[in-house]
Design a protein around this ligand. Structure first.
Ligand SMILES: [Zn+2]
Length: 571
């Protein structure tokens, strides 16, 4: 294609609203434009990339026997009421009403719709297993859409659903999708790792996420991995074996002490001259309609996913200052479990091993020293609610050390068990005519997310560096002066030759300054550049440069396309 016949509105400056390098580059290089918060236009170059990713996804899904279809975006609320997710999904569910005041949703995931089709069509074990999938725009009412296509309100997903006779069958389907996913991301030029994850709003029994390791701000998820075995998990789910802190042998008398203006762990421990490992933080939460006091060691971070899962809560929000004051009669920073009423006390397992520790006294500027569980306060539940930390011992092999990486989630897989088939009555008759419930799985790939993850991973200060497999073009042909007859002829000749091979070429036929053209070529990230300049052309040479390398080679004009083919085959 010719540049002048495309729509590539590049920008000179970084857009102010973009935080991530990938978001900035996609805007600057003319791939996307914002319509509203979390809603984007995919401009022509972006559409080419998305189509390439979609095609890879399709080929790998089809290879595993999955069958493509297309479900509606608009879904009646009744189906979600039947599964129970109308209530339980939370505020991310994009709800709307039609003119008859009927509740509808804009689908963010399609377990209900696909289960409804299957229950109406599958009757016999002979029709199973079945894997259906679609590639479609999805919706999510994000509280704070950001990071470009990473946390959008509308995005493109591949979602697949497996239906099996039993767990053994499900295992096979699940593995097929896992195999497809490794292949998909590899073909997109992205190494992915599979980590255990929370089942979240999808429910079900077990889940994995596919992560692209990106140690930049774009890596939204923190992962913990073992240096000795293949334990790999999202921090949300990670457990670990931590070193125990030596404790006093006897319980000392509890005492209320002054801690003027000391509300944070750092301030209190500095004032009292104790270590954070001898303090217990009391964090107040509202879980649905109940108040919870979560107790955790002073040096630890509370893991809200673990707490939420233990409580089976739909919403979990930290209490604001007003609520804290109502519950404790003290400002934030002085809450403690002693004498606290009207809340459920959930203690982290480590707290139960501590003796003579510091807690808030539920009075302004006061803390309690030498507090002890059971003797001084009651605990309703003991649960692992802390974040595992780097350097701790792996819970799987008991030998390795955990280390952390940051990643972008590009895919996920869920064993749903009978969560939907049970509540929505999707069954079949087995060989003996017995009624059985179908075992389901669901599997997502973020198409738009994968594209942005590739940009977050592959870029430099000049722009994007696309992996060849998902680049909008293979080659950009850059005549430095397109008005010049000899350069124009050479460029058109190259362009025609590319068209006769499998090379997808973009011809920069703009009458722009050479500097502008070369900068734009780097910015949009096409893997190879063939530059035609007046001087080298006189010697029958053109400049050959890969976007990923600083090296420039002068090659024979007649060899250019052949060389491009050779190099592209290796990219
Ligand atoms: Zn291990």
């Amino acid at each position: 294609m010719r540049w002048t016949q495309l729509f590539i509105p590049t920008l000179r400056e970084d857009p102010a609203e973009a935080e991530l390098v990938s978001h900035k580059l996609l805007m600057r290089a003319g791939y996307i434009r914002k319509v509203a918060a979390g809603v984007y236009n995919y401009l022509p170059l972006m559409l080419m990339v998305l189509n390439k990713i979609s095609q890879i996804v399709r080929e790998e899904m089809n290879r595993q026997g999955a069958i493509e279809m297309l479900m509606p975006v608009l879904v009646p609320a009744e189906l979600w009421q039947e599964s129970g997710r109308w209530q339980s999904f939370g505020k991310e569910l994009m709800k709307m009403k039609d003119r008859h005041e009927h509740d509808l949703i804009l689908g963010g995931t399609h377990e209900e719709v696909v289960t409804d089709i299957v229950r109406k069509t599958v009757k016999s074990y002979r029709q199973l297993p079945l894997i259906l999938y679609q590639i479609q725009n999805k919706f999510r009412d994000e509280i704070r859409p950001r990071f470009g296509l990473m946390r959008g309100r509308e995005f493109i997903m591949k979602d697949a659903y497996s239906f099996d006779r039993d767990e053994a069958g499900h295992k096979i389907s699940y593995q097929k999708m896992v195999d497809a996913y490794y292949q998909i991301f590899k073909r997109c030029g992205l190494d992915s790792i599979k980590v255990e994850s929370d089942t979240g709003a999808m429910g079900g029994r077990m889940a994995h996420e596919f992560m692209v390791i990106v140690d930049t701000d774009g890596g939204e998820d923190v992962l913990l991995l073992c240096d000795k075995c293949d334990y790999a998990t999202n921090l949300e789910m990670a457990t670990s074996i931590a070193e125990e802190i030596p404790q006093d042998s006897h319980e000392k008398p509890m005492e209320v002490v002054d801690t003027p203006n000391a509300g944070t762990v750092e301030e209190v421990t500095a004032y009292l001259g104790v270590k954070p490992t001898h303090l217990v933080k009391t964090l107040l939460y509202k879980a649905d309609n109940d108040y919870i006091a979560a107790l955790i060691r002073g040096d630890r971070e509370l893991n809200e996913t673990k707490l939420k899962n233990y409580l089976h809560a739909i919403t979990l929000d930290i209490c604001d200052g007003v609520t804290v004051a109502q519950l404790t009669n003290a400002p934030v920073g002085f809450a403690g479990p002693v004498g606290l009423s009207g809340v459920k006390v959930v203690a982290d397992t480590e707290v139960m091993k501590m003796k003579n520790f510091v807690v808030g006294a539920n009075q302004r500027d006061k803390h309690i020293v030498n507090a002890n569980v059971h003797r001084d306060f009651h605990v309703d539940a003991v649960v692992d609610i802390r974040n595992a930390a780097e350097g701790e011992t792996c819970p799987a092999c008991n030998k390795g050390r955990l280390y952390s990486r940051r990643g972008i989630e590009v895919g996920n897989t869920f064993n749903l068990g009978t969560k939907y088939s049970g509540s929505m009555n999707a069954g079949y008759l087995d060989e003996n005519g017995q009624e059985k419930t179908i075992i389901m799985g669901s599997y997502g790939v973020g198409i738009t997310r994968t594209a942005q993850a590739a940009v977050e991973k592959f870029n430099d200060d000049k722009g994007i560096i696309w992996p060849r497999s998902i680049a909008p073009f293979d080659v950009i042909i850059e005549p430095l002066n397109f008005e010049d007859k000899a350069q124009q002829e050479a460029a058109l000749e190259l362009y025609d030759k590319c068209a006769k091979t499998n090379i997808k070429a973009l011809l920069d036929d703009r009458n722009e300054r050479a500097g502008v053209k070369l900068n734009d070529a780097d910015l949009i990230g096409v893997p190879l550049r063939l530059t035609i300049g007046a001087k080298s052309l006189k010697e029958g040479k053109i400049e050959f440069k890969a976007r990923s390398s600083p090296e420039v080679h002068l090659i024979d004009q007649t060899q250019a396309v052949w060389t491009a083919e050779e190099v592209l085959a290796k990219l």
